[in-house]
Design a protein around this ligand. Structure first.
Ligand SMILES: C[S@@+](CC[C@H](N)C(=O)[O-])C[C@H]1O[C@@H](n2cnc3c(N)ncnc32)[C@H](O)[C@@H]1O
Length: 357
């Protein structure tokens, strides 16, 4: 029999397993499953619907809970589910035209509660994917504003919005995995690593920026006790075997590159800086060298996220995004997705919506 201590820790564990929002319902797992099984066990379609209707009433109003489904103080595990998703699954059962279909939906709900189905590259429970509304699965991202929470101060000209590494990390890594950001700048990726429980190494050419980035990264709470550090170096030549070796690892599970968009912003006077490249061709060559240097240290079957904007110069659109993507593809990577991000208000636009975006 479980002690109160164990119940508490199961309770917390379950809370963590689902992305919690204000409308999360916490249920007594055994009692909830028992009702699903009883409903599944009957061949009387009306009785099945009655049981599901009762369950729905309990979830909507705890006062109707005579079964103790919402009683998480009694012994037993708990399960936290998003209320709106759960209610829509119950509605689907109630609206089924045949008992066979209703049982199919019942079984799916039962499996979603019982089984954790993940894959190799992330921690998303595929049995409950509908609940992950914090992961954007579209290839067009329209974001209204930058995440400025905590130490995400947005102080660095040319940084990316934290939502980008946040999404990449959730989609392409598991807790405890290692992320390498080869153009780390102000350390946005590393801050996200600390938040999400991934280890992160950043490479950044400008030592002053490295110091400031590390200062902020260290201020971000480290509840998962991960490593997150920016190192001053040139991404094209840095000895990654040695850098990773310091942490006893040989490879990382996610590679992120957010290089300068050629010379749109000159980050420094250093000739090794990609923003100092004299031409687009030279920029692409330098970028390719950084890709070559990092590729052997990305685990096979894992992801490389390239984040870049195009530029417009002398009356001509220069598709740096596609050019850089081709540099990556030439090196044997498979293209998995192109995501376009639009951002309602940017600092460059002085918080105004303008004609061209
Ligand atoms: C677009 S910014 C990256 C910003 C970063 N994602 C952030 O959120 O702060 C590109 C960065 O690449 C750095 N950089 C340029 N050439 C580099 C090189 N050869 N090796 C390492 N970093 C370089 C620049 O100093 C700049 O900070």
């Amino acid at each position: 029999m479980k002690t109160r201590q164990v119940i508490q820790s199961d309770f917390l564990k379950n809370l963590k397993s689902a992305p919690l929002t204000l409308d999360t319902t916490i249920l007594n797992k055994e009692k909830f499953l028992q009702i699903l099984r009883e409903s599944d066990g009957t061949n009387d379609f009306n009785l099945l619907k009655d049981k599901i209707l009762t369950l729905k009433r309990i979830i909507v109003s705890f006062k109707d809970d005579r079964e103790g489904i919402l009683n998480i103080d009694s012994n037993g595990d708990t399960i936290s589910l998003r209320k709106n998703v759960l209610l829509s699954e119950l509605d689907q059962i109630l609206e089924a035209q045949t008992i066979g279909r209703a049982k199919y939906y019942l079984k799916r709900l039962e499996n979603g509660v019982q089984k954790i189905k993940t894959n190799k590259v992330n921690d998303v429970n595929l049995s409950r994917w509908k609940e992950y509304d914090d992961i954007i699965t579209d290839s067009l991202w329209v974001l209204d504003k930058r995440d400025t929470s905590g130490v995400h101060l947005g102080w660095y000209w040319g940084n990316f919005i934290p939502q980008i590494p946040h999404q990449m990390i959730l989609r392409y890594t598991k807790k405890g995995d290692w992320v390498l950001d080869a153009f780390a700048g102000s350390g946005t990726t590393l801050i996200e690593c600390r938040r999400l429980g991934r280890n992160g190494i950043g490479i950044e050419l400008n030592p002053d920026v490295v110091d400031k980035a590390n200062e902020l990264v260290d201020k971000e709470p480290n509840k998962y006790n991960v490593i997150a550090k920016v190192i001053p170096a040139d991404s094209r030549t840095v000895n990654l075997e040695r850098v990773l070796g310091e942490y006893d690892i040989k490879q990382v599970q996610l590679l992120i590159m957010h290089p300068p968009y050629h010379d749109i912003i000159k980050f420094s006077d250093d000739s090794r800086d990609l923003s100092q490249a004299k031409s687009v061709d030279e920029f692409l060559k330098m970028f390719g060298e950084a890709v070559d240097n990092a590729t052997p240290f990305l685990e096979n079957g894992r992801y490389f996220a390239l984040v870049i904007g195009d530029k417009y110069s002398k009356g001509k659109w220069i598709p740096l995004g596609f050019d850089c993507m081709n540099e990556v593809l030439k090196r044997g990577y498979l293209l998995k997705s192109i995501i376009v991000k639009n951002f309602e208000e940017t600092r460059a636009k002085r918080n105004q919506r303008e004609l061209w975006s």
